[in-house]
Design a binder for this molecule. Structure first.
Ligand code: VG1
Ligand code: CO
Length: 542
């Protein structure tokens, strides 16, 4: 029954910031997906008879990979697989299913905000039993195993019907096709005051949610459209498409420009939001005002107690290192701890499990809490709506009051995409070579007071992570961070994160590019961006 198939290793199966991501055609090489899945199963502890969760963001190749994984899971001794209907599970919903059913772990098929289609991107990652992304020790073990793998296990069985909620058996293993939305929607109802949000919407408050033809369509339609009464008209691009309609399902000001324009128009709705390919990111725009993800984290943390799920207060706040310090000021005011982690959600898991933090966030439009172990796009939208329903103020008024109390962290991220990998590595190496000489020097009129390469020691398990981004600190608290993306599939992406703090007594109404102009020029100079990359301007500013 179980068939052992010989294979040989692929050199490039090292998971990045969030799993293994490559072009679809790369994944379609014979045995490529099988090798990675077998390397993953081989790296896990005993899992005989255990439950595995399986689902993806619905992108091109999702269904095919699900059938492959089901046969391999059966051959590898799993007792049961819970798979989302149609092969669909948003990343936060998958995290919830793993936790709720006490699963051993899960495989999530997604390349998140990267485009989909036969010539675009695919991805796969393993999540552990707490529902969160596998920590580095496990991703390293998977990679090591992938480098010596010589066989994979499968069973001969027909494809199963993914579209009917039912139970089947494949090679002695039970496959349960589950409703991908139901458990997640119930969780949201427990955390938030749906009555208050319904009343807000019934009072004439207008919202617009752009699902970007990606996985959140069915979730938003059920939760925002039906349960909260916003109606189907409030959901844009609500049907998941394998190629996301040819767009980047990346909720930022470039790829969600139509939504942004609608919120800046004279007849704008009160609230606009969008999510990404796999549903873990969020973009928040109020009428006439974009809320940066770093500010959103701070504002959500400051107001979270207004939602039933957080009425008891927060234990702590965690943010990734490049995320602005806006949340730090909220933590200080609340008298709770603030944790600074490397980029990627996998670093929040230990803090959440240990009860050290309740809310986490990243500047890349990721926010979440201890309700699951992934960032969660719709959760952030619902928390905002709950806050708006209680405070009955506009998003702009809430932001203005927040800055008047805590000051404002002007912030932007500049991405240089598709840079030659060797050139990007050389730029980072040159920066690393100057770390000791930079402090004390002045660039473009700005005095540098610190420079380092961020290293992290996990306060819970003591694991360490080096080289997580170059930080340059300036007199007065401004900061530049440089790092290379770990999620791209072609060339390198240089990310430059810029931040300047303006105290509550200062000018809180500047345009961000103006507020950051000095810093932007200094960033180009310090790293020699044009000389290394040949680029004079970033491709994407968020
Ligand atoms: C990016 C973001 C990071 C995020 C990661 C996964 O990583 O910067 O904050 O956790 O994507 O998000 P990188 O290495 O490209 O900077 V998702 O929505 O792709 O799962
Ligand atoms: Co994502």
């Amino acid at each position: 029954m179980i068939r052992t198939v010989e294979t040989t290793p692929f050199a490039d199966q090292k998971p990045g910031t969030s799993g293994l991501r490559k072009k679809v055609r790369h994944f379609q090489q014979p045995n490529y997906i099988q090798n990675f899945v077998q390397a993953t199963f081989d790296s896990l502890g005993a899992h005989d008879g255990a439950t595995l969760v399986l689902g993806g963001d619905g992108r091109y190749y999702n269904r095919e990979v699900i059938q492959i994984v089901l046969r391999m899971a059966a051959a590898n001794g799993f007792g049961r697989v819970l798979v989302g209907q149609g092969g669909i599970l948003s990343t936060p919903a998958a995290s919830n299913v793993i936790r709720q059913y006490g699963a051993f772990g899960g495989l999530i098929l997604s390349a998140s905000h990267n485009p989909g289609g036969p010539d675009e991107d695919f991805g796969i990652k393993y999540n552990i039993g707490n529902g969160g992304p596998a920590p580095e020790a496990i991703t390293e073990a998977i990679y090591a195993r992938s480098q010596v793998i010589d066989r994979y296990l499968t069973v001969d069985a027909d494809d199963i019907d993914l579209d009917t909620v039912e139970e089947t058996v494949i090679g002695g293993m039970t496959v349960q096709v589950i409703d991908p939305v139901a458990d997640y929607a119930a969780l949201m109802e427990r955390l938030f005051d749906f009555d208050a949000i319904r009343a807000l919407i019934a009072s004439g408050f207008r919202l617009s949610f752009d699902a970007m033809s990606a996985v959140t369509g069915p979730y938003a339609t059920e939760i925002l459209g039906r349960r909260l009464g916003a109606g189907e008209g409030a959901i844009l691009n609500g049907v998941p498409l394998p190629d996301f309609g040819g767009h980047h399902p990346d909720p930022n000001l470039v790829h969600a420009k139509a939504l942004y324009d609608a919120l800046m128009a004279p007849d704008a709705p009160d609230f606009g939001a969008a999510s990404d390919g796999d549903g873990d990111r969020n973009l928040i725009i109020g009428r006439g005002i974009f809320i940066t993800p770093s500010d959103s984290l701070a504002m959500l943390a400051a107001n979270a107690h207004l939602a039933p799920g957080y009425a008891g207060g927060l234990k702590g706040i965690a943010r990734s290192m490049p995320t602005s310090g806006a949340a730090d000021r909220v933590a200080e005011a609340l008298g709770i701890a603030l944790y600074e982690t490397p980029t990627g959600w996998k670093f929040f898991g230990t803090l959440l499990d240990a009860g050290l933090a309740t809310i986490c966030g990243e500047e890349s439009a990721g926010t979440g809490s201890d309700h699951v172990r992934e960032k969660d796009g719709l959760w952030a939208v619902l928390l905002w709506l709950n806050i708006l329903a209680v405070r009955r103020q506009s998003v702009a008024d809430i932001a203005t009051e927040h800055w008047a109390k805590y000051g404002r962290n002007y912030y932007a991220r500049h991405d240089y995409e598709g840079v030659d990998s060797a050139a990007a590595d050389a730029l980072m190496a040159a920066l690393r070579g100057k770390l000791t000489e930079l402090p004390g020097s002045t660039v473009n009129g700005l005095k540098i007071v610190s420079a380092d390469d961020f290293a992290y020691i996990d306060p819970v398990d003591g694991s360490t992570s080096q080289k997580q981004g170059i930080r340059i600190g300036f007199d007065g608290g401004s900061r530049i961070v440089y790092r290379l993306s770990g999620t791209g599939t072609s060339g390198a992406t240089l990310r430059v994160y810029l931040e300047r703090y303006e105290p509550a007594t200062g000018d809180l109404t500047q345009d961000t590019p103006v507020a950051l102009a000095d810093l932007i020029a200094a960033a180009a100079q310090i790293a020699g961006i044009a000389a290394h990359t040949g680029r004079n301007a970033p491709d994407v500013v968020t």
